[in-house]
Design a protein around this ligand. Structure first.
Ligand code: FES
Length: 135
């Protein structure tokens, strides 16, 4: 099954059959390992370019609300980039930290990429109030 690894103080790492698409459904990349910015500072969004380090992004990679649902199988994970907003991941996935000590399974998830959600790794709507802009 696909995995989204939450790197502490760093990006989301999507592993599996990953397809990233823009808001119009055009494929940006298809790969088995994709590093996605979640700090909001990458100059190469939606991908991580290492800017989280110089911007001092901090997040402990805990999953705060567990709305786990059964998810399994080998279907691809499609990650859609929402303009000025979150990432929408669709497909069977586990979302976890690097140590595997926090984990949830989902078939759909809205993931923060502005760096300001109080419910990371999930979106809580903060992109609207923090002025996040990204195609
Ligand atoms: S998480 Fe690495 S640049 Fe944003």
């Amino acid at each position: 099954m696909n995995k989204i690894i939450i790197k502490a103080n760093g990006p989301l790492v999507a592993l599996g059959k990953i397809r990233v698409e823009d808001k119009d459904g055009n494929t940006i990349t298809e790969d088995d390992e994709v590093y996605l910015c979640r700090c909001g500072h990458s100059a190469n969004k939606p991908f991580c370019d290492g800017a989280h380090k110089e911007h001092g992004f901090t997040d402990a990679a805990h999953i705060q609300d567990d709305k786990s649902e059964p998810a399994s199988g080998n279907d691809p994970l499609c990650i859609t980039i929402r303009e000025n907003a979150m990432l929408i991941a669709s497909g069977p996935m586990s979302i976890q930290n690097e140590e595997d000590s926090f984990q949830t399974t989902r078939n759909k998830a809205a993931l923060c990429r502005c760096g300001h959600s109080d419910n990371k790794p999930f979106c809580d709507g903060h992109h609207k109030t923090c002025g996040f802009t990204a195609a």
